[in-house]
Design a protein around this ligand. Sequence first.
Ligand code: PHE
Length: 447
Amino acid sequence: MQRGEFSSRFAFIMAASGSAVGLGNIWGFPTNAAENGGGAFLLLYFILAFVLAYPALMAELVIGRNTRANMVTALGKLGGDTGVGKLGSGAGLFALVVASLILSFYGIVAGWMTAYLVAPAAEITGADSAASWLTTQTVTRDLIFTAVFMLLTIMVIAAGVANGIEKWSRRLMPSLLILMLVLVIYVMFQPGALEGLKVYLMPDFSRISDPDLIISAMGQAFFSLSLGVGTMLIYGSYMSEKENLPSIGVLVTLVDTGIAFFAGLLVIPAIFAAQHLGLQVMDASGAMIAGPDLIFQVLPALFDNMGSWGVYVALAFFLLMTIAALTSSISMLEVPVAYLVETFNLERHRATYFMGGLIYLVSVVIIFNFGTLFGAVVSFTTEYSQPLLGIVTCVFAGWVMKRNALLQEIKNGMPDAENSLFWKIWPHYVRFVCPLLILLAFVQSIR
Ligand code: PHE
């Protein structure tokens, strides 16, 4: 069977950074930064992204392109007919479950974004009661909009690597950049916004030695670069031999951290602009409203108070969120779908609708038991499973894959790899430093 392949370097970068850039960047990062020492968190995050997440990303890309397979098959193949091979396939299967679970909660949040995107459109056309239904949390609304968003995800993935993932990433990622730029500029001109800029960029180093902060920055970096669950691995397996892996990895990391930085320039000044208007931005305990209330109350209130432009700003903002979520959710769904297609020879359309449907059912269960399940699923998948699986991929690249095979793989697209700084550092790095650092942070976090 013919495997899909990305047609160019640009296409791969759009798809991989599309996976990386998501709600984690535009929502998670700015609020984390605002709550945790502003510029200090920013600095810590950049360091961790390059020192810890980038090497782990490279491990996934190298394994993926070398084995040309999904994570289950890839790790199984590398381990061979031994216990290590079985362990690898087992870890791959676990990763597949984690990717699916991430999509099950991500789909709900993305569904909210989609509802809030339709709301200003309804307002513009005068359908005010529809708009207020769309922005009121009810089980019915959540069931419908999670389904709508999941269906979009399914349609892209069913179309395959070139006609689905690549085509849509190439369209959506540049649109996302433009929307973001326009919004940042617009928000900066709102009264009060510059105050937020100061809070965002001024480092408060007293916070940076806090171990909890380091862990939250590490979790943020792993989630944001879509690591551990086999998404980058499967995207890497669709990359051509001609591409230079280390430099592509740097580009993807740069785009991801860059967009997170920009999102901070948008969200934090917006909060201060809202405060300037006298809107409520602090909760009862005096802390800044973060979580869902920030996105679905503070910001919409700000847009409402912006005069006649507000509804268009709201439209642009939630369009940005929906696009960011979609280019990430497709990469999550690709993980189990690629496995079903490659291992059981299932036809891609069927595999996609089957998996998408199954994951939607999990979302439904979460929606009906939101209070107990939502937070638990988020923390099980992103705080525990992703870093642990990150260790597994580093160990497979560093210890299980032969050093020579690693070098040969990197030499494709980088003939002088042997003499590069990358080759001098990275192989030791994924063997020792990455697994140990992740483990350390992990132990710290469960203590
Ligand atoms: N990186 C995505 C974000 O920042 C989330 C993601 C996690 C995507 C895991 C794929 C796999 O929102």
